[in-house]
Design a protein around this ligand. Structure first.
Ligand code: IVH
Length: 674
């Protein structure tokens, strides 16, 4: 195990200062978007802290190093909310907002103007953050309102969420509520990447945020840039807030991100003005807002108004009208993707919906065409609601002329004529042709793309050109391209041809993980490619692989393992790889981690930790995990060892009564050295 040095007062102080400093800069960067130091200065401080923590074993729970690196979970634990997380009643027009105000006045038997706050309604995922003595103890999803899931490890990877609340008079306990959301730009980038990897895209930013938070492996969440807007308080102990406005301002002063464009005003006419203001500004927001939440400001008044069944009486969500437009379908085509999936795409007469011109709509599956009875030349209602990808809502059947044509799924691939097989329970189709041109072209695009082999100058347009002229019909052909061939093509001049040939040459030196990803093996995205590179030193080590060998990699499931094994047992594929080697492909492998495979002395053993141990628990857990072992929170007959520190808890007694072996920390470290 790592050698530790003694913790001196000096290093303790240094660690505490660094944690404070880094959290300050994190806030400046992520919440205020106004960094005071450069990225490399930040990285320097972070490295400094990490080294000190490793040397001394002194790790503060609020240290930024604690945001990442937790081992994946088996499942999420359930969490009961101390106070239920409610939903909101909706208003769909300004009149309904006025109705709401009237209702409250009737209930209060008073005609006095009510003070309200107005804030955008973020289209994301509601979350509760539980702070005890200022430290973030737990983050949970809303679930059914009473019981959610413990997503603490994932939420900690979101940099703008404070790990502790700094300052005077911090409540002993406080549940802070807010919305986790993804910016539209991030959402679109994520979907683009998923498309390249042959994964299903998320329908809207809300699904993307929810999917990212509900990941058992927090390292995936860490890769998605997500945000938080805090707008509510749950249970608390000695917190003393009088109003929503006061509370949100307190949050803001304590480094919590809060909704943009929050307003405070008196009387419903002014509320409607603020609502309209937010509605007008909506298109400039970086995030998707699906409405405005109007809340009674005063907490005493909120209390007096109380609850209906599942909603508070004191708040309402005004929902923006969805962006809809009516247009005609010019044609529906079957489009073939890289992995052979055939998707119906409707070409529309261009129509402006909420400021965006829409001329295409992807019909997610064939089922939808049948269910909605969508035909070519139909007049249709197209919606762009929270959904960035416009979708066809319904057919205006009154407008049918009798000239509409039904569209049936093709029995043969529209590009290569091969047979088509049903996948995903019959709602999707895939071309099984090995030499399908559509697949081949998409494959080459993927191979050359930035996140794959990164061949500069070989973007989609140039791939299409090279493919149509027959110069490149498989990605291997890229390496035979000569400057003279390129010069014959309309898009190339001397310099651009030379640059492309140079870029191709340069791309021959790459890493194994990048190359594996570029191969476009179904279900192998960047993450799986990196896992493979971690476990296999050379590409040749993957040749003739058995699925079971791949399954030894913990994070890889059966579907991916089968796909990888199938690829590396195919003679044509192996020939292609050998040919690439002969053409000068050089693969380095910085990801390879021989220790992780060769030295697994704790393989299959289950440990339980109890008492005060000489090192932070998280660290021991990660260490056990890396050596093939598993740490469980409670002792059972299945437990192999209980590692016992100073003043052990009830787990020690339970181990004794069940006859489970208890060992000291020293004995444990000896086991790892065998
Ligand atoms: S207040 C009782 N404020 O909308 C008050 N909710 O439809 C409950 N939401 O579950 C929430 N932005 O997930 C509130 N500024 C905001 C909000 C907001 C988004 C979500 C939240 C809630 C749902 C209710």
């Amino acid at each position: 195990m790592m050698k530790m040095s003694k913790l001196t007062n000096e290093s303790k102080k240094k660690i505490e200062d660094l944690v404070k400093k880094l959290n300050h800069h994190c806030y400046q960067y992520y919440v205020l978007d106004s960094p005071e130091i450069s990225d490399s200065e930040y990285d320097g401080l972070y490295r400094n802290l990490k080294q000190l923590e490793e040397r001394t074993g002194y790790v503060l729970p609020a240290s930024p190093t604690q945001r990442v690196g937790a081992p994946p979970l088996d499942k999420f634990e359930k969490v009961r909310h101390t106070e239920p997380m409610l939903s909101l009643d909706n208003a769909f027009s300004h009149d309904e907002i006025k109705e709401f105000d009237k209702r409250l006045k009737r209930f209060l038997k008073s005609d006095d103007d009510i003070e309200y706050t107005v804030e955008p309604k973020y289209d994301g995922l509601a979350i509760e953050l539980t702070y005890k003595h200022g430290l973030l103890k737990r983050a949970s999803t809303r679930g059914d309102g009473n019981e959610g899931e413990d997503v603490t490890l994932n939420i900690k990877t979101i940099q703008e969420i404070p790990l502790y609340i700094e300052g005077q008079h911090i409540p002993n306990e406080i549940d802070i509520r807010g919305e986790i959301y993804m910016d539209m730009n991030e959402f679109e980038a994520l979907n683009r990447e998923r498309q390249i990897q042959g994964e299903a895209s998320f329908a809207n930013p809300r699904n993307a945020a929810a999917g990212s938070v509900r990941q058992l492996d927090s390292s995936i969440t860490a890769k998605r840039r997500m945000h938080l807007a805090c707008y509510g308080i749950g249970a608390s102990q000695n917190a003393n807030f009088n109003s929503q406005w006061e509370f949100v301002n307190w949050l803001k002063q304590h480094r919590f991100p809060v909704p943009v464009h929050m307003g405070l005003t008196n009387g419903i006419t002014n509320v409607i003005e603020l609502v309209t203001d937010i509605e007008n500004k909506r298109s400039t927001f970086s995030f998707e807002a699906d409405g405005v939440v109007i809340k009674v400001n005063d907490f005493d008044l909120q209390h007096a108004l109380g609850m209906k069944t599942r909603e508070p009486r004191w708040a309402i969500a005004y929902k923006f009208p969805a962006h809809k437009g009516v247009t005609r379908i010019k044609d529906i085509i079957a489009s073939v993707g890289r992995t052979g999936t055939i998707t119906p795409v409707a070409f529309l007469e261009p129509v402006s919906i909420g400021g965006v011109t829409v001329s295409r709509s992807t019909l997610h599956n064939w089922d939808e065409i049948e269910r909605k009875d969508i035909r070519i030349h139909d007049t249709v209602v197209v919606e762009r609601a929270g959904d960035v990808i416009p979708h066809i809502l319904s057919v205006v059947k009154d407008k049918r002329t009798g000239h509409e044509k039904q569209f049936t799924p093709p029995a043969k691939c529209p590009v290569c004529g091969s047979s088509v097989e049903k996948v995903d329970g019959g709602v999707a189709f895939r071309c099984i042709g090995l030499n399908c041109k559509a697949q081949a072209q998409e494959h080459i695009k993927h191979y050359a793309s930035r996140s794959a082999m990164d061949i500069e100058g070989l973007g989609n347009k140039n791939v299409e050109l090279l493919f149509s002229t027959g110069l490149v019909s498989h990605f291997v052909d890229i390496y035979s391209l000569r400057k003279e061939d390129l010069l014959k093509l309309p898009r190339f001049a001397d310099k651009s041809a030379r640059n492309l040939v140079d870029a191709i040459e340069k791309s021959k030196k790459t890493t194994l993980s990048r190359f594996l990803y570029s191969l476009g093996i179904p279900h192998v995205g960047e993450y799986a490619a990196r896992l493979l590179a971690k476990h296999f030193r050379e590409i040749e080590d993957l040749f003739y692989l058995e699925p079971d060998t791949v399954m030894e990699i913990k994070q890889i499931g059966e579907k991916i393992a089968d796909s990888i094994a199938q690829f590396f047992n195919d003679q044509t594929n192996l020939e292609t790889l050998r040919a690439l080697r002969r053409m000068g492909l050089k693969l380095s492998n910085p990801d390879y981690d021989d220790k992780s495979i060769q030295h697994k002395p704790l393989d299959g053993l289950t440990f339980v930790l109890t008492g005060t141990l000489p090192e932070p628990r998280k660290k021991i857990e990660t260490y056990i995990d890396s050596l093939g072992g598993h740490v469980s929170g409670s002792v059972s007959r299945k437990t192999d060892f209980v590692v016992t520190g100073e003043s052990p808890g009830s787990k020690f007694n339970k181990a004794r009564s069940l006859g489970v072996k208890t060992i000291s920390y020293e004995e444990f470290t000896k086991m790892t050295e065998q």
